[in-house]
Design a protein around this ligand. Structure first.
Ligand code: HEC
Length: 391
């Protein structure tokens, strides 16, 4: 009992004083003569591993055992509270010490003390999860596709990406919504995509779509990123899709538009999608993108054209640190299609994004979306989801 009471007493006293460990005013303005020096950081790392790691931990957040046993616990070098201090203040604390934190005035030379401070400053940027969240926050778009439209985003140069796009059947906001269970009871389309980075500016993707049994291969190249000098990001994209559906049945004597006898060739299986894309992050809450797109079909129904020209427009409104509302519309030259999509996007980290989608098409490849009739308002809508994961 006595031990517990004195422990509690010590705890309150020490937490009270812990909060009040302030370096004196005059320490604040002392300049670090080795600031930003790379060899100094390396020297600091050696000192840290020998003398500080046992309490402050490998990642600078505090050794897990020491956090539980020391009162107050070792300082967290990735915290805001720590970062806000000047090098001068940290130098003073390191030199003077307090409680379990020894005074290093006599143990380390001035240069050694500055070096270890330079190393302490590196912890903040090392934490990988906050790094990916940082990228998530800084890019106009969080992923290579917004809902159906491509974005100017390029996956990072290490690892790979996985995309699952799923569209249910059409439903309406009446009793159909219940009877066909939001369209889930009906036939559904799904595409799997696997993304591989080639370098910092380019990646390729291989995909498989259920409808039409399409395999597609695409590449995207980022020409430049929005910067202070130039207000737009700019990328080019090419996708070639091949249907592996059985050869279609057609009556003897079917003719091509030019009068020649029709014979199905494997070339007819290929459909192309070419895009140039411009995006802009206007502010922390709003990003927009516009582009020009050309769809080319090697085989198309008589009366249609072999190509469709389109102007994909994509908008993203952030609703929180890790959530957004997405919108797309793609005006085009096809008679019967006007793709419109909405999505609510949530990310559990910059590595993992989930979207609930509302679209007026169940096609996923642009070659299909822009050549298939989209639903009219009165015919309902399609629900679905996109799942995106970086590894
Ligand atoms: C025996 C464990 C232990 C060792 C070893 C240790 N520290 Fe500490 N350190 C602490 C504790 C505990 C505190 C918190 C002291 C307080 O706030 O009263 C602390 C606080 C600090 C602070 C102040 C942070 C702030 O924002 O107030 C700095 C800077 C620091 N340590 C640097 C170092 C460096 C550099 C080394 C190695 C040269 C080192 N420590 C070694 C336990 C240790």
């Amino acid at each position: 009992m006595k031990a517990t009471l004195s422990y509690l007493f010590l705890f309150f006293i020490s937490t009270f004083f812990a909060q009040s460990w302030q370096a004196p005013e005059k320490a604040k303005n002392v300049k670090n003569p080795f600031s930003g020096n790379k060899t100094s950081i390396e020297k600091g790392q050696k000192i840290y591993n020998n003398l500080c790691k046992s309490c402050h931990g490998v990642d600078g957040r505090g050794d897990p055992v020491m956090i539980k046993t020391l009162i107050p616990p070792p300082a967290d070098f990735t915290s805001k509270k720590f970062s806000r201090q000047t090098d001068g203040e940290i130098f003073w604390k390191l030199s003077e010490g307090k409680g379990m934190m020894a005074s290093y005035k006599n143990m380390l030379s001035e240069e050694q003390r500055w070096s270890v401070i330079n190393y302490l400053r590196t912890f903040k940027n090392k934490n990988s999860s906050s790094d990916t969240i940082k990228t998530y926050k800084s890019e106009s778009f969080s992923f290579t596709e917004l809902i159906n439209n491509q974005t100017t985003h390029i996956i990072r140069p290490k690892g790979f990406g996985l995309v699952i796009q799923h569209r249910f059947g059409a439903t309406k906001l009446n009793q159909e919504f219940i009877t066909n269970f939001m369209g889930l009871d009906l036939a559904a389309n799904i595409r799997f995509g696997f993304q591989i980075p080639l370098n910092k500016k380019m990646y390729i993707e291989i995909g498989r779509t259920r409808y039409g049994k399409y395999y597609d291969i695409s590449g995207k190249y980022k020409i430049f990123n929005q910067s202070e000098k130039f207000p737009l990001s700019f990328a080019v994209y090419e996708n070639i899709a091949i249907t592996t559906e059985k050869e279609p049945q057609y009556p003897e004597g079917t003719k091509l538009a030019n009068g020649e006898k029709f014979k199905y060739e494997w070339m007819y299986r290929l459909h192309y999608d070419t895009q140039i894309l411009f995006s802009r992050k206007f502010n922390q809450w709003f990003s927009g993108q516009a582009g020009a797109e050309l769809i080319w079909l090697n085989l198309h129904p008589v009366g249609d054209k072999a190509y469709v020209l389109a102007l994909p427009i994509s908008l993203r409104f952030k609703t929180g640190l890790l959530s957004a509302i997405d919108f797309e519309i793609t005006p085009n030259t096809h008679k019967h299609t006007m793709p419109i999509s909405f999505a609510y996007e949530v990310a559990s980290s910059g590595n993992h994004i989930f979207q609930i989608t509302i679209t007026n098409t169940d096609r996923i490849l642009a070659q299909n979306i822009l050549t298939t009739k989209s639903l009219k308002h009165k015919d309902g809508f399609m629900l679905g989801f996109n799942l995106i994961r970086y590894f």
